[in-house]
Design a binder for this molecule. Structure first.
Ligand SMILES: [Zn+2]
Ligand SMILES: [Zn+2]
Length: 273
């Protein structure tokens, strides 16, 4: 399993086109996609599924059943609303086959534009994706309370008094921590004003060679040709490229991408192979 450290965030998992994508951020207690479910992912409380291609969600029955067997309360599982009823039927049928009982689980149907609060101070913004089936991406932000400018510099005791008197002394702000774009042939830049500042951006880069441009278009996947535009328009400190086609060896992927990167971008682009 790959492990990448990006500042305060660690991403572990795997992503290979058509095989499986499953990425965990332990610090945020979340998983992006669950094409397979390693046993050490079972305790993670929040799962964000991008779309219903098998390699992105087929670890869910393991996740759900293992939590149920171990007596762990259901995790939060966000899935695109277009497939939620079918998914529920599939999970229920597998449960009957597996043990003749019902598993305890909870699905949250999401749509582009939704804002899903989770844990004490995190929200997931649901982003659009440009793929062959209904698909979404997710941007995770930390929420913080920031003192309004008119109260800056006041002693703490006075601020506490104002609070007790019911005065709203602070605004909520959001810090964009990590975005996972799922499978998409283009970057949904205009979908949220904070996206271009997100500290960590995970983007698929399935196809790399000029002769695979047509196939990238047909299957609605990102092509290396679009990388320079992405690097120019996104300020992220860490850009993680992943979901490479099995046509390319790891060595080939490294060589092709390195050849495309200006020296200034080499330290902020990471490959999750
Ligand atoms: Zn995929
Ligand atoms: Zn897909």
């Amino acid at each position: 399993m790959a492990l990448l450290r990006c500042g305060k965030i660690t991403i572990e998992g795997e992503s290979s086109s058509a095989i499986a994508t499953y990425l965990r951020v332990r610090e945020l207690d979340l998983i992006f996609d669950l094409g397979r479910c390693p046993m050490n992912f079972i305790g993670t409380g929040h799962v964000f599924i991008s779309h219903f291609h098998l390699d992105h969600y087929f670890g869910l029955p393991i996740y759900v059943s293992q939590r149920w067997l171990a007596g762990i309360p259901p995790g939060m599982i966000c899935v695109p609303s277009e497939g939620v009823d079918q998914l529920r039927r599939i999970l229920d049928e597998i449960a009957v086959l597996d043990c003749g009982m019902e598993w305890d689980y909870h699905l949250t149907a999401v749509q582009v534009g939704d804002i899903i609060p989770f844990r004490r101070n995190l929200v997931a913004h649901v982003l659009p994706a440009d793929h062959g089936v209904p698909a979404v991406g997710y941007m995770i932000c930390e929420t913080r309370q920031k003192l309004k400018p008119e109260f800056l510099g006041l002693p703490g005791i006075e601020i506490a008094q104002l609070r007790r008197a019911g005065v709203e002394v602070s605004n909520q702000i959001e810090l964009p921590l990590i975005a996972y774009l799922g499978d998409t042939q283009s970057i949904p830049q205009a979908s949220h004003p904070l996206l271009h500042q997100c500290s960590v951006l995970i983007c698929e880069c399935t196809f790399l060679m000029p002769e695979h441009r047509e196939h990238a278009k047909k299957t609605m996947h990102f092509h290396l040709d679009s990388l320079p535009k992405l690097l120019k328009s996104i300020e992220s400190e860490h850009i993680i490229l992943t979901h490479f086609s099995r046509r390319y060896t790891s060595e080939h992927v490294r060589k092709l991408i390195n050849a495309e990167l200006q020296p200034a971008n080499r330290s902020r682009v990471h490959l999750l192979i």
